[in-house]
Design a protein around this ligand. Sequence first.
Ligand code: GDP
Ligand code: MG
Length: 651
Amino acid sequence: MADLSTSQIRNVAFVAHSGAGKTSLADALFFTSGGTNRQGKVDDQTSLSDYEPEEQRRGSSIQLAVLPCRWKDYKINVIDTPGYADFRGDMLSGLRVADAVLIVVSAAAGIEIGAQQAWNYTEDLGIPTAIVVNKLDRENSSFEQTCDEIIESWGRHCVPVHSVDGDGESFGSVLTGELSESTIETVAESDDELMMKYLDDEALSDDEVNAGIKSGMASRSIIPIFAASALNNIGTDELLDAITTIFPSPDEVEAPSVPEGAQANLIFKTSADPFVGKLSYFRVYGATLDSNAQLWNANRGENERVGQVYLAAGKETSGVDAVIRGDIGVISRLNHTKTFDTLCDKATELKLGGVDLPSPVFALAVSPRGQSDLDKMADSLSRIIEEDPTLELERNTDTSETVLHGLGDIHVDLAIERIARKFEVNLDTALPNIAYRETVGGQTSVSYKHKKQSGGHGQYGHVVLDISPGETGKGITFDSKVVGGNVPKDYIPAVEKGVRNAANNGVVAGFPVVDVAVMLTDGSSHSVDSSGMAFEIAASMGFRQAVREARPTLLEPVMKLRILTPEDCAGDVMSDLSTRRAQIGGMDSKGNGVTEIIAEAPASTMQRYAADLRSLTNARGDFTAIMDHYEPLPAQEANKVIASRQSSEEE
Ligand SMILES: Nc1nc2c(ncn2[C@@H]2O[C@H](COP(=O)(O)OP(=O)(O)O)[C@@H](O)[C@H]2O)c(=O)[nH]1
Ligand SMILES: [Mg+2]
């Protein structure tokens, strides 16, 4: 694209609550700018941005997509991101490579929690931001009222720069250049020279106003508000114009420092395509990236040979000679490169850096359905994780399960669906087993003799073990105070091994025994029949008997929770928590009608919380849960667990 320079590029991430109309707006802008001759529609499954089969079936985005809109002398890369919390990873990737953000607010719904969260992210990142009020064709919608709500929630620096002709069903067009007095005043405040003019009652020209808005937007002292109906394609010309005149180009934002002429390309998305292989989406921060370049992956310490480079429009890619600084492109079949890696020159190595991804809140144990699934399971899981770094794979040695963690039930379910579609691997899923542990509540001393002396070479091992509750988190501690060689020194390691083996296999319900102090106090040996094996068996059996006698208890994993809920749902969320044996640590108003609840709750009661919180709060709630510590399980609950373990062993 030789006709394009970096100053003519705009990289804009669309973020919002799910359903506000980001994807519809992306389709409308792409159509308006001539990228396609038929406007894609989410509802007809023809959106060019929601092109994955799972997105079309759901009518909602699950991943980011780039639609490049050529408008006049410019190229606007619209980065459409998913609004749903389960797919926040791709929203963060989109923000990472955007120079500005457009928050889409539905006039029908007002500021929803997803929009609030998006706003918070833009504030944290300090990224230039604008707002578009969408769905203005909807009955009872009002541009003015939605603007008032925005200004009240997010501040007086949010200023309408468009006005509308007709509200609701009579919404006909978007008007530009007719700014209200208060908007002009805010714009004038952004620039000393404009302020002088304004105070002298001199009229500001359109160019001056635009320049004022542009510099205000760059410093976030102005957040322009636009008006649109994506579905009816109203306000899209005006929005494209505004993006080219007001939004910053890659040259006008704080850029990472890259040596003159050096390569600096950040991979921000990876897609595992079953036909063309792996696709890596990148943004150029340094010199032009040519097809067939030889690059260096700074994160992996590996050479990467780039073949053809492509530009992407949704799922369509077209080969080009080069991608210039500031632009977004795609490379296929890289060997070593993962999302958030930097491809650069070896001599001027640098890492552009990724994003802090949210931690998983939901998990399913996965298992292969048939033999061919078994063979391909590991490979397909690693490919899907390569595509989506917010998925995590865990091999749980306590429960012997393969566990897939994600940001919600829908996230993990769809990952399993994508594995089936893309790699033809069918996986069965179940809620993971809880990794309980066993410990003792009291102390005891046990003498155990393992003896077989019927003819020939016999077996003889005899140990006296004291056990007592040990320090939390220390596992099994083993010590010996045997005197006089009653247990010969050479056999003591075998005793310890026997104890540890027994502890690993569990005593009352098959879970590992932890936090027990074991002391070998005495024993005896036989000059011919004793052996390491005999002492190991004696120690194992003795330890098992001792645990059974020392008030065995189960420990359960407890999670630390941070829950965000709309104020009006806080009561329901609290009473629901009380049914989960949760301990409330605090409850706090975070402003904007959002309440934060800090709590701890057993992992066993939280396995479906992602879905439950969603229905409790109408998808407006959000939470994080991290494994914190183990706590004794109440006797009644423990009996249930032990009974279910015994019945599943009998099966
Ligand atoms: N009436 C009306 N509906 C819209 C408009 N924009 C989007 N929608 C509808 O809102 C729903 C969600 O739109 P979508 O673009 O998928 O929202 P996203 O989740 O923010 O990407 C779809 O049914 C759209 O047809 C609009 O301007 N007017
Ligand atoms: Mg969408």
